[in-house]
Write a protein that binds this ligand. Structure first.
Ligand SMILES: Cc1ncc(C[n+]2csc(CCOP(=O)(O)OP(=O)(O)O)c2C)c(N)n1
Length: 531
C-alpha cells in the first residue's frame, strides 16, 4: 500500500507533510472526505489494505460513514486523522473544528463502533500502538483509527516495539474441524461450495480455488460474494440468490446434502430477501478464525489452514455436475429502438472483458448485473451490505488507482451519482481512463419499486446534463455520449472500447425500465422487510 486518500487541513498538516515527504508514498487528494473513504474502500478491495487521511472534527466525521461501510464489508482501512495540539487540549481551548465546549475526545468516541481498534498517538505509545493496530486490521479485516495531536508527528519516537505475531490455529481444533468437514462432504450424495467475501478479504482466493480444483466440487456464488472465485472456472454453476435468481441453481444448492460455505455472509440481499432456504444442519461455514459444521462450532481455527487442509484431504468428486451458469444471450433492440432492460443488461454483460474491475452501484443497475456471467479474471465490486449510494464513483476511482493497468468500468444510477459525481475529475487528474456508464432513468428507480407509490415526488431528481459533467470536471479529451436508443448505445460502446481515453456514457431509459431482480422485490416487498 503506497497511496493515502484524503483532504488536508491545518491540524493534519504534519501528517499530510510526512506523507508528501516520503518518496514511496502518494497523497491522493479527494474532493471530500467521504469520497476519500470510499476511494480507500475501493482500493483496499483490490490491494487488501488502504489508508485515508482527514483533519479533525468535520473532516473525520465526513469520512465516518464511509468507514462504517468498510467495517460492515470487512474492508481494512487505516483512518489517520488529526487533533489540535496536546497543549490546546490541556487548556480546554475553544478552537476551530471542535464543538466549542473544551471536549477533544468526542470524535474518538464516536468512531468506536466503526473500527476494530483505535488510538490517540503519542511519542511514547507510537510504536506499540501502531503494531497493535496493524495486527487488529489484519486479524479482523476491518478499519482502524489513529488520531495524531498536531504536535506529535514531528516528535522523535520513544520506546521500541516489534510486529505482533498473528495467532495460529490450535492444531487439535483444526484437526477436529477439518475431520468434521471432510466427513460431512464425503457422506453427502450431493455437495456444493459457496465461496464468500471473507475469502476475498483475507487474500485467500488462490487457496479456495485450490480446494475447488482438488475436490472437484461445484460452486455457486451469493450476491455479496460474486466473483470471489473466477466465474470462468469450469465448476462455477451461477448465482444463488434464493428465489430471486436462477431456479436451477436454487434447486441444486437447496437440494444438496451438504453446502460448504467459505466465508459467505447470509445477508438480506445475498439470500434473495430471505427466500434462500438452507437447512442449518446441512451447511458448513468457514470464517476467518472459526468454523461451523451444522450446529457445531470450532474456535481458534484459521481460514487459511482450513482451506489448505481441505484441499489436501477432500476426496476428488467427479460425479457432481451442477447446472451450467446461465448467460444473458443476445441483446434485444437495434437502431432507433428504445433501451429496454433486455437491451441494456446483455449489452453491458458483453462489453465486459477478462480482468476488468467492474464497480456497480447500489440500485437497479447492480441488481441487473448480479446474474451477468463475468469473464475470466474480471471482478464484480458492489457494496451490498452497507448499501450507501454514492459509494461506487469514488470506489471506482480508488480501484483504478490500485490497479492502473486493468480496465475499470463503473456502472451507476444517476441518483447515486449525484452524491459523489465530482470525483470523476480525479480520474483524469491522475491520467486514469475508466469507462463510466451512467444510467439515467429519471429518478430513484429502485425506490420507486420498493415504496408504496413510486410516483411520490421524493423519488424525483434535479435533471442534470450528465454527459457534460466530465468536461466541467476537467476531463479533457474524454469520450462522452448520451444514448437514448439501442443504435446510439451500440455506437457509444464501440467508441468507448476502442478510444483509449476515459469514457462517460449517459444511458437514458424510460422511468420504469428494470431488470428481473428488482421487479421480483417490487412484487414482494414484505419478504425483504418482514413488515
Ligand atoms: C447514502 C444513502 N442514502 C439513501 C439511500 C437510499 N437509496 C437506496 S437506492 C436509492 C436510489 C438509487 O437511485 P439511482 O442511483 O438513480 O439508481 P436506480 O435505482 O434509479 O437505477 C436510494 C435513494 C441509500 N441507500 N444510501
Amino acid at each position: 500500500m503506497t497511496d493515502v486518500f484524503g483532504v488536508p487541513g491545518d491540524y493534519a498538516f504534519p501528517v499530510n507533510d510526512a506523507i508528501c515527504a516520503d518518496k514511496n508514498m502518494n497523497y491522493i487528494g479527494s474532493c471530500n472526505e467521504i469520497n476519500a473513504a470510499y476511494s480507500a474502500d475501493g482500493y483496499a478491495r483490490i490491494k487488501g489494505l488502504a489508508a485515508v487521511n482527514t483533519t479533525s472534527g468535520p473532516g473525520e466525521l465526513n469520512a465516518l460513514s464511509g468507514i462504517c461501510g468498510a467495517y460492515a464489508e470487512h474492508v481494512p482501512i487505516f483512518h489517520l486523522t488529526a487533533q489540535p495540539s496536546r497543549t490546546l487540549q490541556r487548556d480546554r481551548a475553544f478552537v476551530h473544528h471542535t464543538l466549542g465546549n473544551g471536549e477533544f475526545d468526542l470524535f474518538y468516541e464516536m468512531t468506536a463502533p466503526a473500527v476494530c481498534a483505535r488510538t490517540i498517538v503519542t511519542p511514547e505509545n507510537c510504536i506499540a500502538e501502531t503494531e497493535r493496530l496493524i495486527a487488529a486490521a489484519l486479524y479482523h479485516r476491518r478499519p482502524v483509527y489513529m488520531a495524531f495531536p498536531m504536535d506529535v508527528p514531528d516528535q522523535p519516537v520513544l520506546g521500541q516495539g516489534s510486529p505482533h505475531v498473528l495467532p495460529q490455529s490450535d492444531p487439535k481444533a483444526l484437526e477436529k474441524a477439518v475431520n468434521a468437514i471432510v466427513d460431512a462432504v464425503t457422506r453427502a450424495k450431493t455437495a456444493v461450495v459457496l465461496p464468500g467475501i471473507l475469502v476475498a478479504r483475507a487474500g485467500l482466493r488462490r487457496e479456495a480455488t485450490a480446494l475447488i480444483d482438488a475436490s472437484g466440487l461445484p460452486f455457486a456464488a451469493m450476491v455479496m460474494d460474486k466473483t470471489t472465485l473466477d466465474e470462468a472456472h469450469p465448476n462455477y454453476i451461477g448465482i444463488y440468490d434464493g428465489r430471486l435468481a436462477d431456479e436451477s441453481v436454487r434447486a441444486f444448492v437447496e437440494g444438496a446434502d451438504c453446502v460448504l460455505g467459505l466465508g459467505a455472509l447470509w445477508t438480506d440481499f445475498s439470500t434473495g430477501a430471505f427466500t434462500a432456504k438452507l437447512d442449518k444442519s446441512k451447511t458448513i461455514n468457514v470464517f476467518h478464525h472459526s468454523t461451523r459444521v451444522g450446529n457445531a462450532y470450532f474456535e481458534d481455527v484459521e481460514m487459511k489452514d482450513v482451506l489448505a487442509a481441505l484441499a489436501q484431504r477432500l476426496p476428488k468428486r467427479t460425479d457432481l455436475k451442477g447446472p451450467k451458469p446461465s448467460e444473458f444471450g443476445a441483446p434485444a433492440g437495434a437502431g432507433g429502438d428504445k433501451i429496454t432492460a433486455e437491451a441494456l443488461y446483455p449489452r453491458w454483460s458483453r462489453f465486459l472483458k477478462p480482468d476488468d474491475i467492474l464497480v456497480a452501484e447500489t440500485g437497479t443497475s447492480s441488481m441487473g448485473l448480479f446474474t451477468a456471467k463475468m469473464p475470466k479474471g474480471a471482478t464484480f465490486n458492489n457494496q451490498s451490505l452497507w448499501g450507501a449510494i454514492g459509494w461506487a464513483t469514488p470506489a471506482a476511482f480508488g480501484a483504478a488507482v490500485a490497479a492502473p493497468d486493468r480496465r475499470t468500468v463503473l456502472i451507476t444510477g444517476e441518483g447515486s451519482h449525484q452524491l459523489t459525481a465530482q470525483e470523476v475529475g480525479q480520474f483524469h487528474r491522475r491520467g486514469l481512463k475508466p469507462i463510466i456508464f451512467l444510467l439515467n432513468n429519471n429518478g430513484y428507480l429502485i425506490e420507486r419499486l420498493l415504496c408504496k407509490n413510486g410516483e411520490t415526488y421524493y423519488n424525483d431528481l434535479a435533471q442534470w446534463h450528465y454527459h457534460l459533467l466530465p468536461q466541467a470536471l476537467g476531463c479533457d479529451g474524454w469520450f462522452t455520449a448520451r444514448a437514448t436508443t439501442c443504435g446510439e448505445l451500440d455506437a457509444a460502446m464501440k467508441k468507448a472500447e476502442s478510444g483509449g481515453v476515459g469514457a462517460y456514457i449517459e444511458v437514458v431509459t424510460d422511468k420504469y425500465v428494470a431488470p428481473p431482480i428488482p421487479m421480483k422485490l417490487h412484487n414482494d416487498t414484505a419478504a425483504l422487510y418482514k413488515a
